[in-house]
Design a protein. Structure first.
Length: 156
């Protein structure tokens, strides 16, 4: 029989992620940072914007900066005609839509299985990753949303 304390402890040792796919790679975004998931309708390009900024869009009356995760993660253009998805997040009072290829499921993973970034992880991914989970035949790269949004604006 489990006590309330044991149940609370096991809950605290779980980490919940919304899984998203960019290309064939699975990434995890901590669920507490995800506001919504949506299909971007019309993205308006912003002249002279950073190359990783796809543009801006209107989401229920809010202006949202769309970040192209394929570009940000160095994965190039998508070859498919499948409609893109976006994950809505907010950071420092600004709204962002992370443009991804598809949304997976919500995973609740044991915190004890969380690992530091492997040495062979691409440096661009390492700079926006908090660590990884090794799942059955897959690597879940946990995104550091704050780092993902830190664009080198001088490079633009």
């Amino acid at each position: 029989m489990t006590t309330t304390n044991e149940t609370a402890e096991s809950t605290q040792q779980q980490a919940d992620f919304v899984t998203v796919y960019v290309g064939e790679q699975m990434f995890g975004i901590p669920i507490g940072q995800v506001l919504d998931v949506f299909r971007p309708q019309r993205i308006t390009a912003v002249p002279l914007a950073h190359p990783d900024i796809a543009g801006v869009l209107n989401l229920r009356g809010r202006i949202v900066t769309a970040i192209n995760c394929r570009s940000r993660l160095g994965l190039g253009r998508s070859g498919s005609d499948v409609p893109l998805m976006a994950v809505g997040i907010e950071r420092n009072g600004e709204s962002y839509g992370l443009i991804i290829d598809k949304v997976g499921e919500v995973l609740s993973l044991p915190a004890s299985d969380f690992e530091a970034n492997p040495a062979n992880l691409d440096s661009r991914w390492r700079s926006v990753s908090m660590g990884v989970y090794r799942l059955e035949g897959k690597l879940l790269v946990v995104l550091d949303v704050a780092a993902l949004l830190e664009l080198d604006l001088a490079a633009a």
